[in-house]
Design a protein around this ligand. Structure first.
Ligand code: UDP
Ligand code: MG
Length: 329
């Protein structure tokens, strides 16, 4: 069978209230679509009727593919599974809850046709989300930007289009704690934003309660930055300076005879020892950080194009899709 031009990947977790409407909106949208397409639904171990409902709609539409997980592995794992299977020249990730209107995809495809490899949806307005969620999300993306050494667009989730060569490069990144939106930025390639207004969730509750959101934020920072480890070194150096000042003061007080015997010794010992410990923790942190960078086994580089070289369309570390296999690059 021919590969489709467009793959839509939709991660789904306990969304039985949404599937009928999602199917209706997808059909309306895809009917108008000029490109060939497939939809890859990834059921992330739902406990409600989601898997049965997905299988029902896919039974009558062979272009609907369903991947079902054995349990809940999380949103990012679901996206990964979809990307491992999607065959399209352009792959779009969108949520099931219709907060990411399918209609924006048309605009993304246009940009991709113009030659962009990554087209991400940027939320200009968010409706129906609590002030707490909006404020923490805005603060988080700004903090992340200062901590990680790659250019990351603000106010952007996982709603994005990626060209096949980006998807193939992405398959080479098999780290456990996946923060997909930053991984895409890390990969590089030509990126472009399209603005959209983020409507309210169509039905049901958010599947990202605070606990999951915190975990996700920590994953984001720690998978791209060892700055938190380095904090110990800086803190150690700072407390070292304080320790020297304290020691001077304690010595002076002791010599001037204003203290009980032994006080200065204890003060100096405590101040120096604690700063030495922090510095050593920092040094350990540097090495742990490096071990951590190594065990991620990320490819050292990502190739965008090759010329007159055999195509190696694979998910190896140097995935090099060549121009002849897909002219849309
Ligand atoms: N989701 C998932 N696995 C999870 C949590 C969420 O596949 O463990 C899906 C969910 O069904 C939805 C998308 O990921 O399609 C985004 O989740 P949600 O809309 O709850 O997040 P929010 O928009 O509130 O940030
Ligand atoms: Mg949502």
């Amino acid at each position: 069978m021919q590969r489709p031009v467009l793959s839509l990947i939709i991660p789904i977790y306990n969304e039985e209230a949404i599937i009928a409407e999602l199917n209706r909106r997808l059909k309306d949208f895809l009917r108008e679509m000029d490109e060939t397409w497939e939809v890859v639904f990834v059921d992330d171990g739902s406990q409600d009727r989601t898997p049965e409902m997905l299988n029902e709609i896919a039974a009558v539409e062979p272009r609907y593919k369903v991947i079902s997980f054995s349990r809940n592995f999380g949103h990012q794992a679901a996206i990964t599974a979809g990307m491992d299977r999607a065959e399209g020249d352009a792959v779009v990730i969108m949520d099931a809850d219709l907060q990411e209107p399918p209609e924006v995809v048309t605009e993304m495809i246009q940009k991709w046709r113009e030659g962009y490899d990554v087209v991400y949806g940027q939320r200009s307005i968010r409706y129906g989300e609590s002030i707490f969620k909006r404020v923490t999300a805005a603060a988080f993306y700004r903090l992340l930007r200062t901590l990680i050494p790659i250019e990351m667009p603000l106010d952007t989730g996982d709603f994005r289009l990626m060209s096949r060569r980006v998807v193939l490069s992405m398959r080479a990144l098999r780290e456990q704690h996946r923060f997909m939106r930053a991984i895409v930025s890390w990969l590089g390639f030509r990126q472009k934003a399209v603005q959209y207004e983020r409507p309210e969730r169509f039905a049901g509750e958010t599947k990202y309660p605070l606990r999951k959101m915190m975990g996700f934020a920590i994953d984001g920072i720690t998978s791209f930055s060892i700055v938190p480890l380095r904090l110990a070194t800086w803190l150690g150096l700072f407390s070292g300076l304080v320790a020297i000042a304290t020691s001077g003061w304690a010595l002076y007080a002791a010599i001037a005879g204003r203290t009980v015997p032994g006080w200065a010794t204890i003060m100096i010992a405590v101040a120096l020892a604690s700063s030495a410990q922090l510095i050593m923790t920092g040094i350990l942190g540097e090495y742990v950080g490096r071990i951590y960078e190594e065990v991620k086994r990320r490819p050292l580089y990502v190739v965008a194009d090759t010329l007159n070289l055999p195509s190696t369309e694979s998910s190896s570390a140097t995935a090099e899709p060549s121009a002849d296999t897909s002219p849309e690059y």
